[in-house]
Design a protein around this ligand. Sequence first.
Ligand code: NDP
Ligand code: MG
Ligand code: MG
Length: 340
Amino acid sequence: NATIYDDDDADSTALDGKTVAVMGYGSQGHAHAQNLDDSGVDVVVGLREGSSSRDAAREDGLDVTTPVDAAAQADIVSVLVPDTVQPDLYEQIRGELDEGDTLQFAHGFNIHFGQIEPDEGVDVTMIAPKGPGHIVRRDYERGEGTPGLLAVYRDSTGEAWDEALAYGQAIGCTRAGVIETSFREETETDLFGEQAVLCGGVTELIKMGYETLVDAGYSPEMAYFECLNEMKLIVDLMYEGGLGGMWDSVSDTAEFGGLTRGDVVVDDHARENMETVLEQVQQGEFAREWITENQANRPSYNQLRNAEKNHEIEAVGERLRGLFAWAEEPDETADETEEE
Ligand code: NDP
Ligand code: MG
Ligand code: MG
C-alpha cells in the first residue's frame, strides 16, 4: 500500500529562503502561484513576452517576468505549461538551472518518456494535485486541500523529498493527503486511466448506448438523457460512496439488471483491449505516437476532434441543455466536471 503524508509530516522550513518560479499561469499555474504566495513562499511567475496570462498574474498581485529571468531567480522551477510545450521551455531555461536547484513537475510524461533530460546536479520532483487548478485554488481558500501525488526522480541534494513535501503543503495538498508514487507509476496510470476508463472509455460507452437506442427507433432526446445526462448522477453516487453507495441508491431492478448485464456489455474482450492499451502506454508506443502527432501539427487529432464534435449526440445535447435552467445556473459543482 502507498504511503500517505499529511500536514504533520511536512516541514515548511524546507522552503525557507527559497524562491519558486512558476512557469505558466493556466489551470495549475495560477493555483500553485497564488497558494504558494498566500503560504508566504517567494514566488515569481515566468511567462513569455506578449503572453495572454501576464495581466491575470499581475492583477493577482504576483511578480511576472520572462521564463528565463524567473528561472534565473529561482531555486525551484515548477513547470506548469502544457506537456507538449515543456521540452521547448526546458531548453530555454536550462542554462539557468544551477546545481542544487529543483525542476518540479505536475505530471511525469516528459521525464518518464525522456523528452526532458535534466542535467546532473539538478533535483527532479513531482507534486501533482489530483484535480484541476481552480479546485486546487478553491480548496486552499476554504482552508481545505486537494489530494496530491509526490514523486522524486532525482535527489542530488538529499533535500528533494522534504522540499517537495513542503511545496505540497504550501499549495494545500497535505491538508487532504499526499500519496507517494514514482514518475513511472504516475505517468502510466494517468495515461491508462484517461484512455481506457475516464475520457476514452466513458465517451465510447455513452455513444454506443445512445446509438443503440436511436437505431432501434427510440427518440434521441430519451437516448441522450438515459445514456449521457444520467451519467453524472451515477458518478456522483460512486464518488461519494463507492460502488456500494451507488448500488444502494438505485432501485433493486437497476441493481439486478446492472449486475447481470454489465459484464455482458463490458466483457473479457474489453479486458483484453484494456491490456493492449496499457501495453502501448508501458512500451512508450502511445508516447511516440503523440509526440510525432504534435511534430506533424496534429493532423489525426484535429480530424478526430471534428468527428467527435459532429456526433449527433452533441447537437441533441446542446438543444436539451439549452431548454433547462440547471444548465444556466452558476452551479458550484458545474465547474468541477472539467477534467485536465
Ligand atoms: P495550461 O494549458 O492551463 O497552461 C497554460 C499556461 O501555459 C498559460 O499561462 C500559457 O500562457 C502557457 N503556455 C502555453 N503555451 C505556451 C508556450 N508555447 N510557451 C510558453 N508558455 C505557454 O496547463 P495545465 O495547468 O493544464 O497543465 C500544466 C501541467 O500540469 C501539465 O504537466 C499537466 O499535465 C499538469 N496537470 C494538469 C492538471 C489539470 O487539471 N489541468 C491536473 C494535474 C496535472 P500563454 O498565455 O502565453 O499561452
Ligand atoms: Mg492526464
Ligand atoms: Mg488524470
